[in-house]
Design a binder for this molecule. Structure first.
Ligand code: PGA
Length: 254
């Protein structure tokens, strides 16, 4: 279960998904506190504020070690799509990453694998790094379908142009998000190993993809989770809203 020594690993990514939280003052304070603590951290740090805060947080993070990301984008590059935001607009604001296919969007906005794939294509075309989320529901896990669901979402949500340098995978079991519950280290290791093997069937650079774990990652469990083979970082929701907790998770990276 331990990370294989001597094997070349991608640099871990610790990504904060702020979801629909924060007004300007909170977001700026949080971003500044994360940047202030980023100095000695080996992992790459990323914050993904709500769309309303991308511009001010991006300005606050300019010149720091913390990258900026968005939580969604539209598949079209521009057009008559009221309320939506296109990937080139995010790139124009200084975003490096965009989270796509988060379970809250799959469930709350009916996003299919095909739509997530189209969004990922748009993100890559705009020069963004896509963080494609997937993971089984509790019912699917109980039916023994966790591996099959994750493999199907992986196959159908990744566009042809995906690769280890422009795409990150976040495995987030739906039942672990915001619940305080996590799979066992053994279950995460097995699932991530399965995802890596599935990637290897399709991509020559499968080893370079960062496979994040997400779902109730906290300072108290980060060390164990981040030490698992094939876990190359974390997608952090609730705990990313406190700079101290987010930085403690990042410092737990091996
Ligand atoms: P959580 O959320 O850390 O609050 O469980 C993770 C996510 O939804 O990305």
């Amino acid at each position: 279960m331990e990370r294989a020594m001597g094997k070349e690993r991608p640099r871990p990514l610790i990504a904060g998904n702020w979801k629909m939280n924060g007004r300007r003052a909170d977001g700026l304070a949080l971003a500044r506190a994360v940047a202030a603590g980023a100095g000695n951290i080996g992992a790459e740090l990323l914050v993904c504020p709500p769309a309303t805060l991308l511009a001010p947080v991006g300005e606050a993070l300019a010149g720091t070690a913390v990258a900026l990301g968005a939580q969604d984008c539209h598949p079209a590059p521009s057009g008559a799509y009221t309320g939506d935001i296109a990937a080139p607009m995010l790139a124009d604001l200084g975003c490096r990453y965009v989270i796509l296919g988060h379970s809250e969007r799959r469930a709350g906005h009916g996003e299919s694998d095909a739509l997530v794939r189209a969004k990922a294509e748009a993100a890559l075309a705009a020069g963004l790094i896509a963080i494609v989320c997937l993971g089984e529901t509790e019912a699917e896990r109980d039916r023994g379908e966790a591996f099959a669901v994750a493999a199907r979402q992986l196959a159908e949500s990744l566009p042809e142009g995906a690769g280890g340098t422009n795409t990150v995978i976040a495995y987030e079991p739906v039942w672990a998000i915001g619940s305080g519950r996590t799979p066992t280290a053994g279950d995460i290791a097995a699932l991530h190993g399965h995802l890596r093997a599935e990637l290897a069937k399709r991509f020559a650079d499968a080893a370079r993809f960062r496979l994040l774990y997400g779902g109730s990652v906290k300072p108290g469990n980060a060390k164990e989770i981040l030490a698992i083979a094939d876990v190359d970082g974390a997608l952090v929701g609730g705990a990313s809203l406190k700079a101290e907790d987010f930085l403690a998770i990042a410092m737990a990276c091996p």
